[in-house]
Structure formats: C-alpha cells, structure tokens
Design a protein around this ligand. Structure first.
Ligand code: NAP
Length: 286
C-alpha cells in the first residue's frame, strides 16, 4: 500500500490563528482592550515552562494579551484555588490556563474547578467536561477539539466509523471519546488495563493515540487505510505511534511534530477570543 497522506496540523492551526487574530483585533477596536489570557504556572518544570512560553508567544503574535502568574511549587491547594478564584473574578481576564500537571501534593481537580466556566478556555473544569459529554454549549478541551478540527479539515466524517482512543486522561482520552461519540462514531476507549490492545486497533477506522509512550502503537496494528492521529509527544520529537511503519498502512496520519500540537494552541487562542466577546456580550461575527 502507498504511504499515507500527511495531515498538516501546522497549516490547519495557521488558518485558525489567522481568523482568531482578526477577531482579536476587532475586539480591541470595539473595547479598547485586548482579549486577555492568564497563564498560571506552579513550579518550574522545564517542559511546562516551555509550553507556557510557546502559548504566550502565540498570544502576543495574534493580538492577545497574556498575564503570567508564576507560583512556587510550595503553594498549597487552598492558596492555588485562591489565586485562580481571584482571576475568575477579575473582569480584565477573559481566559485562564492552569498549566498541568501540577505538583503531586495539589488537588488538581479542585484547582481546575476554581476556574469559572466562562473563562475555562482550556476546557478542563468539571462543568466544561459535562458540557462536552452532554453536547451543551461550553469550551472544549483544547487537544481533542484540535483533533476534531484536523478531521474536519481533511473531510474525515466520524459518523458510523469505529474510533479507537488509546488513553483515558481527563484532558485528552476521555474528552476525545466524547467528541467522537457526539459526531456519531462508534467509540472504543482503551487504557492500561485493556486486554489485547492490538486487536482493538486492528478494527479501527480512526485511531487516536494518547498514551505518553514513544512509538507504543505499532505500525502493523493499523488497519489499511485508517486515519491515525498521534496526540503523543515524547522526548526527541517522538509520538506515541511507530510513525514510519504506520504510514505504510494508514490512509491519513499526523506527523510529530506538526500534527496535533499546533492545533491545541490554536484552539486555546480561539477559545480565549470567543470568551472575551461573550464576557463583553458582543456578537463575535464582525
Ligand atoms: P496521561 O494522563 O499519562 O494518560 C495516559 C493514558 O494512557 C492513561 O489513560 C493510561 O491508562 C493509558 N495507558 C498507559 N499505558 C497504557 C498501555 N500499556 N496500554 C493502553 N493504555 C495505556 O497522559 P495524557 O496527558 O493524556 O497525554 C498523553 C500523551 O499526549 C502524552 O504523550 C502527552 O505528552 C501528549 N499530549 C499532547 C498534547 C498536545 O498538545 N499535543 C496535549 C496533552 C498531552 P490508565 O488510565 O489505565 O492509567
């Protein structure tokens, strides 16, 4: 079989960000202020520092203000919840991103849920999760929402397809499965206790790998012609899928880097600008 077509996440993200930049400029023209994203970082984990820097650079490039809130890793859950609640109550902040993972002693769920739903532009609160699950209006978790944008951009309609999501984290695997289900896919969610993972993957029309283990999904498991979405990012620019072997069988495949990653940030920016318009009660269609 011929090699798979590459899904160009950078190009899809560029389109989203260009439109977002135009909307951010319109917001500033109407209100005199830029849309504002608060980035909360607990501790100095090097990967998290890099991710926050990338997000803030993108904000600056597309006309969004970012207000950085660095906090020491000695902070308690109560103190972190207090800091996030302050941002939730601050009318000059439109979106809040709590970079995760947070240190192990912190109750991450309590911290996420201190973000008010209308500012939850990273889609991490229990309320946003429920909205995703029930199909209510709300902000989606950015990585799964970005993956849906990739599927749409490449005319992959999940309806009636068998989608296998490997991973069930609250920010990736679970919301991914909800979004695919909402689009009428038949969804199988696999995790560390799944028996015979290869047999599930072999039946998948769409595979989403969200495991966090380099090249964990073997190329030989991929059904010929399947759509392979690699959400994984491991040291050395390696995804969760054995890319070279998978690409000889898949119909469409995301590269790492340049696949899922760029759309995650693009959706974060897009949702920040949407949040700003909603909080000012201005219709976003300008
Ligand atoms: P996570 O919280 O560590 O979750 C990993 C999931 O993989 C868990 O549900 C775990 O199952 C499952 N798993 C572990 N070993 C497995 C096995 N042997 N067989 C099947 N499933 C197994 O990770 P995450 O935050 O979801 O992230 C996953 C990957 O996506 C990472 O590489 C991360 O860097 C990447 N990521 C990328 C972006 C982006 O913007 N591109 C954003 C977020 C994450 P259990 O639940 O049973 O433990």
């Amino acid at each position: 079989m011929a090699d798979a077509r590459l899904i160009d996440g950078t190009a899809v993200a560029r389109d989203i960000m260009n439109r977002t930049g135009e909307k951010a400029a319109d917001f500033e023209k109407r209100t005199g202020a830029k849309p504002c994203l608060a980035t909360v970082l607990v501790g100095e984990d090097p990967a998290s520092v890099t991710y926050v820097r990338m997000k803030r650079n993108r904000c600056a490039k597309f006309g969004i203000e970012s207000r950085h809130v660095p906090l020491p890793d000695t902070i308690t859950t109560e103190e972190l919840v207090g800091a996030i609640t302050e941002l939730s109550n601050d009318p000059s902040v439109h979106g809040i991103l709590l970079q995760h993972p947070v240190p192990a002693h912190i109750d991450e769920r309590a911290a996420f849920d201190a973000i008010s739903a209308e500012k939850d532009v990273d889609g991490v609160t229990s309320q946003s999760f429920a909205a995703m699950a029930f199909g209510f209006d709300g902000f989606a978790s950015c990585t799964p929402a970005g993956i849906m944008r990739l599927l749409d951009a490449y005319d992959v309609d999940p309806r009636g397809k068998h989608a296998v999501v490997i991973g069930r984290s609250a920010i990736l695997g679970k919301p991914m499965s909800m979004l695919l289900l909402a689009r009428d896919a038949t969804v199988t969610v696999c995790h560390s206790k799944t028996t015979d993972l290869p047999s599930h993957v072999r039946n998948a029309d769409i595979v989403v790998a969200a495991v966090g283990k380099p090249e964990f999904v073997r190329g030989e498991w991929i059904k010929p012609g399947a759509v392979v979405i690699d959400a994984g990012y491991n040291e050395g620019n390696v995804g969760d899928v054995e890319f070279d072997a998978a690409a000889t069988r898949a119909g469409l495949i995301t590269p790492v880097p340049g696949g899922v990653g760029p759309t995650t940030i693009a959706v974060l920016l897009e949702q920040t600008v949407t949040a700003a318009f909603r909080q000012q009660q201005i219709p976003a269609e300008a």
